[in-house]
Design a protein around this ligand. Structure first.
Ligand code: SF4
Length: 361
């Protein structure tokens, strides 16, 4: 039987296809265990991301966690103790717990919840993210939400027919969408989901419709996008992996929808005839087709549509112009790369139609 250290190394590396924070990096401990972190993030920034079970009886075509792998698994108490030891040594600041499903879904889900219950019972009050399994029972989802800071179930793809191409077991409407509704009800504002971009050949139009309907239907605090990777020994091993830029562009699109409230009518012209997003910054692409805006008269929404200007900066500009006219870029109170990005899309009253960065020096 493998020792705890070997199990931890394998079950942390096997969990890396679930995204738990934007801009993830991996640090390998001397024991071989992986710690996930984001150089730029504050808060809980050193996550032990780990599988409870490293094998699975499901058949997801892109996934390498399958039954033919060695049946490595932690018992709930063993995993709780292993994590607490790392936490007490300050090697991990939070836990992201997921699992393969080697036997009955309800039994595995109960083990995930049991691990959380043990941790909280031991006095652990730090960050805990629990994965909900497809088809999980409503009472288990409620229990998971009671113990965890955040819960999530991966929507994986954009609809029933796309999911059928990936799995003959999972049912999109029942196992995924219905559970997402229960998750939203059990943990409002504390749940996320993830799309695997390109695994089922879905178009960007389909992704767009899926994403906007998810935000309307269940209000996830965010959606993660992982580019499909053709892993060896999976059914899709011979397919081409999705280029990383596609998931990057989807994070940008997501931000426009979620944070800035860009509408469907505004965003759909970005897609080409094949319903595909180009590899370019979507906000800049939209701005290139608009007239430059005058920061003295622009509405909040107009300002937010300018590349380099976000909600905070737009509000700051509105406040600044109550005190004085904005005649030069210096009056904007925006600096550095944001200013550089914004300038081509701004026109200052009384100045030439467009002020360039060169003119600002
Ligand atoms: S349910 Fe599918 S994606 Fe999840 S571990 Fe099992 S085979 Fe992989």
């Amino acid at each position: 039987m493998p020792g705890c250290g070997e199990k931890l190394a394998k079950l942390t590396s096997g969990s890396q296809y679930d995204v738990c924070m934007p801009g993830e990096c991996i640090q390998m401990l001397t024991t071989g265990a992986c710690i996930t972190y984001n150089q730029n993030a504050g808060g809980c920034n050193r996550m032990l991301k780990v599988l409870l079970h490293g094998s699975c009886s499901y058949d997801c075509a892109y996934c390498s966690v399958r039954l033919d792998r060695p049946r490595l698994a932690f018992a709930p108490r063993e995993l709780a103790a292993t994590f607490l030891a790392l936490y007490q040594k300050n090697l991990a600041g939070g836990l992201f717990l997921t699992s393969g499903i080697p036997y009955d879904t309800d039994d595995v889900m109960a083990e995930l919840v049991e691990t959380a219950r043990i941790l909280r019972g031991e006095g652990y009050s730090g960050y805990l993210h629990l994965k909900i399994l497809p088809g999980a029972r409503r009472e288990d989802i409620r229990e998971a939400a009671r113990f965890a800071d955040r819960i999530s179930l991966n929507v994986e793809t954009t609809g029933e027919s796309r999911l059928r191409a990936l799995s003959g077991i999972k049912d999109y409407t029942g196992d995924i969408l219905k559970r997402l509704d229960w998750i939203a009800e059990a943990a409002p504002g504390r749940h996320t989901t993830q799309l695997v971009i390109g695994a089922a050949g879905e178009t960007d139009m389909e992704i767009f419709d899926c994403v906007t309907s998810l935000y309307e239907r269940i209000s996830p605090s965010r959606i993660y996008y992982s580019a499909f990777q053709a892993l060896p020994k999976t059914r899709l091993a011979s397919r081409e992996s999705t280029p990383a830029w596609r998931s990057r562009r989807w994070y940008q699109m997501d931000y426009l929808i979620r944070e800035y409230g860009f509408t469907r009518t505004e965003l759909l012209p970005l897609l080409d005839e094949g319903d595909t997003l180009p590899n370019d910054d979507p906000k800049a692409l939209l701005a290139r087709g608009r007239e430059p805006v005058d920061p003295n008269t622009a509405s909040l929404s107009d300002l937010i549509h300018v590349p380099g200007i976000g909600t905070v900066t737009a509000h700051a500009i509105l406040q600044a112009r109550e005190r004085h006219a904005i005649r030069t870029p210096r009056d904007l109170g925006v600096s550095g790369s944001c200013l550089k990005r914004a300038l081509p899309y701004l026109a200052f009253s009384g100045a030439a139609r467009q002020v360039t960065l060169a003119g600002f020096r």
